[in-house]
Design a protein around this ligand. Sequence first.
Ligand code: FAQ
Length: 325
Amino acid sequence: MSTVTADPAPSGSDEAHQAEFDAKVAADQRIEPRDWMPEGYRRSLVRQVSQHAHSEIIGMQPEGDWIASAPSLRRKAILLAKVQDEAGHGLYLYAAAETLGVDRADLTTRLIEGRQKYSSIFNYPSLTFADVGVIGWLVDGAAICNQVPLCRSSFGPYARAMVRICKEESFHQRQGYELLMRMMEGTGAQRAMVQDAVDRWWWPSLMMFGPPDADSPNTQQSMAWRIKRDTNDDLRQKFVDMTVPQADKLGVTLPDPELVWNEERGHHDFGEPDWVEFKQVISGSGPKNAERVERRRAAHEKGAWVREAATAYATKHQSDREAAA
Ligand code: FAQ
């Protein structure tokens, strides 16, 4: 992947800028924050990157609920590390969004006022410790499928953030699968707990990839701009094909009677997720939407003193530096 040095103050006509932008995208070169970019491209990135950042932060909650009652010190240490990683992912992504000229504080306000979306998946409850394993296996598995291609996204800061995030997500996926393997070697009750969690998380995991391509208003343009590299349906198919053998090895049944290998297509056929439920969840009426957002709002308010202290510290150091200069 080659890079093009950004011109900090591009000059010339809009047509020339557009032509240069189009050429860079077509050549798979990165667009950097100081490069000229179409306003629609900037807005679409702010939309996707901030929703992604919010998802990481809200996504800490379903598993975070189990930190205090993890069944062993080892499981607690793993879970703590994973949830901390999600916070880190949120930070990289908010930082990437800020390079597009938006303010993280404003994005947070939009999230807690319900004006911006985050991933539908995090509006479902985590009812047992098996959910921790299934979130790692299926939710992180879906996230990896969706996000590895984003390492080649046309916007430099987003693509670079995704490289590190994907490495950490791979660890997350493996820890989930390993936890489930151990539970499946356990008692009948433990195996039933795993199957129950798989039954509850399978369809919401498929919804993570977004609506079917025919109902996806953003895919076509985002693909043309190479923000997205694959369509929602293509990634969903990839996830199903990748997950079926893992489910077999684990010894669980995926809750879809239509799931079958199609020799002709070289892919699995599978049933249709409940898109009515998906729309309800993304418009704020899922099982946990209100609780997730309220908790985020309370945490934000509780953290006000930290932000004030950090700002006071930075201001003091700035004046000390100026006095010394
Ligand atoms: N949930 O036209 P499209 C993770 C919205 S991170 C909620 O197809 P697009 C790590 C969409 O925003 C998971 N809303 O949109 C982790 C749009 O609304 P808008 C997050 C959804 O952008 C693991 C409208 O529907 N990952 O899991 C969803 O082309 C474990 C129309 O949709 C990312 O954000 C949904 N599932 O494609 C953390 C990846 N799907 O904005 C903790 C980056 C669609 O017009 C624990 N994002 N919508 O009002 C993407 O790849 C894309 O944005 C898609 C959606 C594929 C999510």
